[in-house]
Design a protein around this ligand. Structure first.
Ligand code: SF4
Ligand code: SF4
Length: 471
């Protein structure tokens, strides 16, 4: 293991020089030799394999003008009933709630979208269930618009679930919501980071919400909400975590995955994500945690072993980040951006401010009353990784896509500067996924490259051998 880590350390730093990267990389990880072409995204175990699939011509990604908004987020309130230790919205606790009238005006922004595209509306906060009337007004406006234009409506909500009773669960189900529930893992882990504002046990309240959502749509012909879980962990060393009010010594990633796996197997959710809090804490005015890279490498390898074990037992792993990275690698589809924030993806704050990103801080680009601030919006329009200095030569750039730009904005840095902590976590995950790829696909006769292009449909329904259920 130590030799593996040492070899990986040599690989990990993102070269910032202007020297062209070699056509492929080679390194040892967990006892396997891995060759990886960072441009063609080919992976193999020998130089012969990788050269057969080699392409070093850099893909071109022309910049397209932004179209009308396709995905709108309503930050319906900054208020919250929880006091999560790493919350980027913590400083908003005393702030306003959106009125139903503002929600309706915001939804009107989606009217210019192409008729063939669905209307996509998300509710975010703070805790959006605290603004239930506004949420229902937004849903009604979106559904009216969809009906008048003959467009499908996709609705999403991100919530801690603590206020979700049976009636609200039924409402979300009947309107076809996809529901992202913040749940950090088992009870002790979750409650250490996500106490109620009054100090109470939020885990039990969130688990009750999951039960309501699972029961929703149980009537004949009823719809059922699609539920995904979102966990957050502190990636720093124990001492630093203690400075932030946390009491754990490690991120416990595998323990969390096993917990989520049990919930998936019991029908509570379809999958989960698990993110480092380093991406969010700056907005709460806290100092940045330095990522404990060595500790996280060990922990993410434990996650990779868990992921592999799930697949071998015919269970979908459901881990969003590994699924996403593996999908990009298996399809060999280079990724040029992380998101369309400020382009076709917009957020409306409680007072009608327009933000590029739902995390708001540092991303204000206009107001519903006055329209876009062209200067403020301009810096969001080119979202390609080629605009970020450190990304141009990074070995995992076309898997990563260039990272989150809001993190730089909230720290008051140019959007061209990626967050080194987030980069460290991304590189660890990509390395583990490269290792996983050597174990997952069928090994074709003749030792061809491990990554063969697969059609989207076959990938979706049978992602890897041994997985009998749709992920
Ligand atoms: S944001 Fe992604 S592509 Fe850019 S340097 Fe970091 S890991 Fe590499
Ligand atoms: S800027 Fe970052 S947080 Fe905002 S949508 Fe993009 S990736 Fe997500």
């Amino acid at each position: 293991m130590e030799a593996d880590l040492a070899a990986q350390r040599l690989l990990m730093p993102a070269p910032r020089s202007r020297v062209s990267p070699p056509p492929w990389l080679s390194f040892h990880l967990h006892g396997r030799r891995i060759f990886f072409n960072p441009v063609s995204l080919a992976v193999g175990e020998t130089e012969a394999e990788i050269s057969a699939a080699a392409s070093t011509s850099v893909p071109e990604f022309p910049l397209t003008p932004p179209g009308p908004p396709a995905h709108l987020v309503l930050n319906v309130t900054h208020a919250c009933n929880l006091a999560c230790r790493y919350c980027f919205a913590a400083k908003y606790w005393e702030a306003a709630t959106m009125t139903p009238a503002v929600a309706e005006r915001a939804v009107a922004l989606l009217a210019d979208g192409p008729r063939e595209r669905a209307i996509t509306l998300s509710f975010f906060g703070g805790e959006p269930l605290l603004a239930w009337e506004t949420l229902m007004a937004g849903v009604a406006a979106a559904e009216r618009l969809g009906q008048s234009q003959g467009r499908r409506v996709h609705l999403h909500i991100t919530t801690n679930g603590a206020l979700l009773d049976a009636d609200k669960a039924e409402y979300l189900a009947q309107h076809g919501f996809s529901v992202l529930i913040s749940l950090d893992g088992p009870e002790d882990i979750h409650n250490a980071a996500r106490p109620m504002r009054n100090g109470g046990n939020s885990w039990r309240a969130t688990m009750a919400a999951l039960a309501h959502l699972r029961a929703s749509g149980s009537r004949p012909a009823g719809r059922r909400a699609r539920v995904t879980l979102r966990g957050t962990y502190l990636p720093g060393r124990a001492g630093e975590a203690a400075d932030h009010g946390a009491a754990w010594e490690r991120a416990n990633l595998r323990e969390r995955c096993e917990f989520y796996g049990r919930l998936m197997d019991s029908g509570y959710c379809a999958g989960f994500s698990l993110e480092a809090a380093t991406l969010t804490e700056g907005g709460a005015g806290r100092t940045t945690l330095r990522v404990d890279e060595e500790g996280l490498r060990r922990e993410y390898h434990e996650v990779a072993l868990w992921y592999l074990d799930r697949l071998r037992r015919g269970r979908p792993p459901g881990f969003f980040h590994f699924n996403k990275i593996l999908e990009r690698l298996r399809r060999r589809r280079p990724q040029v951006t992380e998101c369309g924030a400020g382009r076709s993806y917009l957020t409306i704050g409680p007072d009608g401010s327009i933000f590029a990103c739902h995390r708001e801080t540092g991303t204000r680009i206009g107001h519903l009353d006055t329209g876009f601030d062209a200067v403020a919006r301009a810096r969001w329009l080119d979202n390609r990784l080629t605009q970020r200095d450190a990304c141009r030569d990074c070995w995992c750039r076309y898997v990563c896509g260039g990272g989150c730009r809001q993190r730089a904005a909230e720290l008051g840095r140019p959007l061209s500067e990626p967050d080194p902590d987030a980069c460290a976590v991304m590189r660890i995950m990509v390395a583990e996924c490269l290792w996983l790829l050597l174990h997952l696909p069928p090994r074709p006769a003749g030792g061809k490259c491990a990554q063969l292009p697969v059609s989207p449909s076959s990938y979706r329904f049978l992602p890897f051998p041994g997985c009998k259920r749709k992920p």
